[in-house]
Design a protein around this ligand. Structure first.
Ligand code: ATP
Length: 376
């Protein structure tokens, strides 16, 4: 989606002491435009800095797969705890995140800037902002959620008390519309290099854990949606093993033998994906035993992986929304902004309309809310 140009005035932050210790938090399910809103807010309330609270984006690598905001879309706003840690070294715990985020906001406050926390991991947001984080919550970032998120509707004894003065914004999109949009977004991610990114990732993993040949999918960034889903594909069609495979990547062209041409002037990635989907990928499998059957299988396993990514992304969105509702129940004052019409317009390919509604319904309203919060 295009970045928004907004004509509202720039609300420069007053440098008074009582404005310190205030944090803006942008929440919402995956795909709802949190990154975009954080940039819109940061440019409206200058100087602001953004802190990531997505537990996959915190790690280095898999930028397309985990949907990290590209540098050219950051409008020069500093981003923290994004693309920073190596998950193969050790996995961050909510305690690690709490102290890292703490350090980061202190630095941001000391520069007299406004911290904008943005990301879909509500357990991280909770773990960072809650007054007390119990030691029973000391699970790894990607194993499971904090205690109270797991237990069934039992809000008793869970404190909604916060360590900072927070302004919570929630971008909400009606589920049927979000579902359709997420499916479209997965297709766009595949087109823009997700498959190539994953195949390179699997190739490196192979070198690391030799006996297994395929990554464990259990820790850190390996839990990102896309990695487990493509496991079967890369097991059956290992990226490092196949000569043709490497050739396709290095040439950027796909050499098809059965009459369909994969050279579409696009990138190597889209040609590879295209030729898999067209059923004409030349997969030798060592010894050149390719053939129609193998190509058919490749296409089938590929489409299954894409479907699984779509399905799991949607399920993630549902879980995220439930967690936000849970946080509201324990007393967090989370203000909901309805972006359904924005995404309806996106699905109708009406980008002018979607931009207009975004500006009016999401940006203008949240700027008003944040302004009031900062003036209080
Ligand atoms: P839990 O700890 O119960 O998983 P959470 O709120 O801490 O919940 P989420 O951020 O909802 O964690 O992420 C849960 C899972 O969703 C991750 O382990 C990962 O599989 C997937 N996921 C989350 N964010 C991303 C992302 N940006 N890209 C890909 N997959 C993601």
């Amino acid at each position: 989606m295009d970045t928004m140009k907004l004509n509202t005035t720039n609300h420069l932050l007053p440098h008074h002491h009582h404005h310190r210790e205030k944090i803006v938090v942008v929440m919402g399910a995956t795909g709802t435009g949190k990154s975009r809103l954080s940039i819109d807010l940061a440019t409206n309330f200058s100087p602001s800095e953004i802190i990531n609270s997505d537990k996959m984006q915190i790690y280095k690598g898999l930028s397309i797969t985990t949907n990290k905001i590209p540098v050219h879309e950051r409008s020069g706003i500093p981003h923290h705890l994004l693309d920073e840690f190596d998950s193969s070294e050790h996995e961050l715990t909510p305690f690690d995140y709490r102290s890292l985020a703490d350090e980061t906001v202190s630095e941001i406050f000391s520069r007299n800037c406004l911290p904008v926390l943005v990301g879909g991991s509500n357990s991280l947001i909770y773990g960072f902002l809650t007054k007390e984080l119990s030691s029973s919550d000391s699970l790894s970032l990607s194993s499971s959620s904090l205690d109270f998120f797991c237990s069934s509707a039992e809000e008793d004894g869970v404190s909604g008390e916060l360590r900072y003065d927070c302004c919570f914004l929630w971008i909400d999109v009606a589920l049927p519309v979000l579902k359709e949009y997420l499916s479209l977004r997965v297709d766009q991610m595949i087109d823009s290099g997700m498959f190539e990114e994953l195949s390179k990732f699997y190739e490196c993993q192979e070198e690391e854990d030799d006996e297994e040949r395929t990554p464990v999918c259990r820790t850190g960034i390996r839990k990102s949606i896309g990695v487990p889903e493509f496991k079967r594909f890369f097991k059956l069609f290992p990226p490092g093993e196949n000569n043709y495979w490497n050739q396709h990547y290095t040439n950027g062209n796909v050499l098809c033998t059965n009459g369909c041409i994969g050279t579409n002037g696009g990138t190597a990635v889209s040609s590879v994906v295209k030729s898999i989907r067209d059923g004409c990928f030349e997969c030798g499998g060592g010894g050149g035993g390719g053939g129609v059957e193998r190509r058919r299988e490749m296409k089938m396993v590929f489409e299954e992986a894409v479907e699984a990514v779509k399905c799991n992304t949607y399920e993630l969105a549902i879980r995220q929304i439930k967690k936000i509702e849970r946080l509201r129940l324990i007393g967090w004052n989370i203000q909901k902004l309805d972006a359904t019409e924005v995404f309806r317009a996106v699905l109708e390919s009406d980008s002018g309309k979607s931009s207009d509604i975004w500006d009016k319904e999401i940006v203008e309203k949240s700027v008003k809310i944040v302004k009031k919060f900062l003036d209080e």
